[in-house]
Design a protein around this ligand. Structure first.
Ligand code: ZN
Length: 263
């Protein structure tokens, strides 16, 4: 049962398919063994994910491109697609596609990478650890990176999943959460992980343009607000009333951009 709960939390449909697989294999569990069970589960899960892809639009959610090489917008890792975390409302998909087109127009050869979106079904079902990603209107977008010589690296992220490689503030930065010691918080610094990531530098021009476009032309596509850490907005020189700080108890936003569209 614990497995089913974990699978539900990470992939929405996984838990249900785990329980279904248990029911189906019950009469001949001994004969097929655990390996046989896993094969059945994987097959049903793949079928369930394919079916979700087809059915989600009826429930108002559409998938973002996973493996489409021609698209300038891509999910950062196939893992997001395997776990059904690439779904958003159609309006958000249009806004994200428009952002990726703009980035490729201003900086030809640029791919915009999407991180966690939402699950395919039901409003109110949170995509942990993001409590707010529960209605299809929220999407995280990866930063753009370059190497030490200042060469842009397309489709590159510092960490394997695009998250948790934090840009560290400088001494003169705005730090609204300084000296706070909240116990109940999702603001994790994850110090031990930082040394594991690729030593890439933030590509400031592209990251700045993405934030600028989202806060300006993005409004025409229904973009309501973005979350980014104040020290990063300061460093990039972007400010707008819809570029907001997420608060000190929410996750850090100096490793990705959170965007959301209005209802
Ligand atoms: Zn987010």
């Amino acid at each position: 049962m614990a497995v089913a709960i974990v699978l539900t939390l990470v992939s929405q449909i996984g838990g249900l398919i785990w329980l279904l697989s248990l029911c189906i294999t019950r009469p001949w569990r001994k004969r097929i063994g655990f390996a046989g069970f896993l094969v059945l589960f994987a097959s049903l899960y793949a079928a369930g994910s394919t079916l979700s892809h087809a059915v989600a639009p009826i429930f108002g959610r559409v998938p973002l491109p996973c493996f489409d090489d021609a698209s300038r917008l891509r999910m950062q890792s196939p893992l997001y697609c395997v776990l059904n975390r690439q779904y958003v409302v159609p309006k958000l998909r249009e806004a994200a596609l428009a952002l990726s087109r703009q980035m490729d127009l201003v900086f030809p050869g640029t791919t915009t990478l999407a991180l966690d979106g939402n699950f395919p079904f039901f409003d109110g079902f949170p995509l942990l650890p993001h409590l707010s990603h529960s209605d299809g209107r929220k999407l995280d977008v990866a930063f753009y990176y370059q190497d030490n010589e200042g060469r842009f690296l397309d489709k590159a992220t510092r960490s394997p999943v695009g998250y948790f490689a934090f840009e560290q503030p400088s001494e003169n930065s705005v730090l609204p959460c300084k000296d706070r010691n909240d116990i109940l918080t999702l603001r994790w610094d994850l110090h031990v992980l930082q040394a594991l990531w690729r030593p890439l530098l933030l590509e400031e021009k592209r990251t700045r343009e993405a934030l600028r476009w989202l806060s300006d032309e993005g409004r025409g596509f229904g973009v309501e607000k973005m979350f980014v850490e104040p020290h990063l907005a300061q460093r990039l020189g972007v400010s707008a009333e819809n570029i907001k700080f997420q608060g000190c108890r929410a996750a850090r936003h100096d490793d990705h951009i959170h965007m959301q569209v209005a209802k």
